[in-house]
Design a protein around this ligand. Sequence first.
Ligand SMILES: [Zn+2]
Length: 74
Amino acid sequence: MGTPIKGMGNPEVPKVDFGPCCFCNREIEHTGADPCTVTVETGDGRWQVWRCHASCFRERVFSREDGMFDPAHF
Ligand SMILES: [Zn+2]
């Protein structure tokens, strides 16, 4: 079960520029995995997008021994 078309009803137009990182507030250069896009969808189907450095995300996400939360691509 889910919303078939994400973003419907959201009047916000995504910004073209990457903007600052949502974790460290520094500008993000387009290198390697950067800029990463962090999308959060709530239980009631609302969603929001942020940009961040891959390194900033990686150092903040909890590191489990089994690697469950480790980013797969950076
Ligand atoms: Zn950052």
